[in-house]
Design a protein around this ligand. Structure first.
Ligand SMILES: [Zn+2]
Length: 312
């Protein structure tokens, strides 16, 4: 009888998974999350002598249906990486979007010289884009600046920041030319909810693939509340230096995620490259001067700060 009750309790635990309202995903379980924080207590009493002789079962996890594996793409890196030197001498660059099988594209104002960052950050972006594409294959994910110190940003200078855009799905669109149309205006409540689910899914993937060690600036209270409730339910612990994993920030964060990870974020595993493919070695190119490329002089702070931006 006691065993039956335990089985029943275990089934209830398995069915009360807070992550089960994910959109349909082709990604197979289990999640990569390995920290014991998020694993419910094991029903140890269920183990009988006959079961004890079998190989140990996979631990029960909350259903984070994300593998968080880097797809088998060659990733450009500086020679210092081959020599075993650390960041910033060693940086990885996002592979060209045409190699990424439609998983992402480069944000229109981002130059390839601003697509370098810490290896772990690049591995996170690649794995997250892969997961997101499984959930929403038709949704365009644009990857903006990684390391891009200078007038565009007050951060993006330590290899830990990246800007991500879900075109047409975030609250506001940066349509260019100073136009910022509201993506949710004129849409039904159901349509808005669907778009918000896309945004929240990207945030969940980023949290799952960093084991909760992430901070996202994004301005939509509905998404923030839901994401934080989900995050807490997973048992993740926010990083002390980053603070709450999703926060509102200045107005620019209505049309993109500003994502920050800790400097010691671990590298994610990558699918093995196919025979004959290798990671290209490339020099870390400095970006062109901002005044030679008009879109590089734009400032990723408050739009109202434009006049105060020093131009060289
Ligand atoms: Zn940013």
């Amino acid at each position: 009888m006691a065993v039956r009750l335990l089985v029943l309790a275990w089934l209830l635990l398995a069915c009360s998974d807070p992550g089960s309202d994910e959109p349909p995903s082709q990604a197979p379980p289990p999640a990569r999350v390995t920290d014991s924080n998020d694993a419910p207590a094991q029903p140890e009493a269920l183990e009988t002598p006959s079961q004890a002789t079998q190989p140990p079962a996979e631990p029960t996890r909350p259903s984070l249906p994300y593998r968080c594996r880097v797809p088998a793409l060659p990733i450009p890196r500086s020679r210092a990486c081959v020599r075993g030197q650390p960041y910033p001498r060693c940086k990885w660059q996002m592979p060209h979007a045409t190699l990424a099988g439609g998983r992402y594209r480069r944000w229109r104002n981002t130059v390839v010289e601003h697509w370098w960052g810490r290896p772990a950050l690049v591995s996170l972006i690649l794995a997250a884009a892969d997961e997101f594409e499984r959930a929403y294959p038709e949704q365009v994910l644009a990857v903006g600046d990684l390391d891009a110190p200078g007038p565009r940003h007050s951060t993006h200078d330590r290899g830990v920041d990246v800007d991500l855009y879900l075109l047409g799905a975030m609250r506001v669109e940066n349509a260019g030319g100073g136009r910022y149309p509201n993506n949710y205006e004129g849409k039904s409540e159901a349509e808005v909810e669907e778009l918000r689910s896309r945004v929240e899914t990207l945030a969940r993937i980023l949290a799952a693939c960093t084991n909760g060690q992430v901070r996202i600036y994004y301005n939509d209270e509905a998404v923030i509340d839901r994401f934080l409730a989900w995050y807490d339910a997973q048992g993740f612990r926010p990083n002390d230096e980053l603070g709450r994993p999703m926060q509102a920030h200045n107005r620019l964060h209505e049309f993109h995620f500003h994502v920050t990870v800790p400097e010691d974020l671990p590298l994610l595993e990558r699918e093995p490259l196919t025979e004959g493919r290798a990671d290209p070695i490339a020099p870390i190119e400095p970006p062109p001067p901002p005044n030679s490329a008009p879109h590089l002089s734009s400032m990723n702070r408050r739009p109202g700060d434009w006049a105060a931006v020093p131009r060289e």
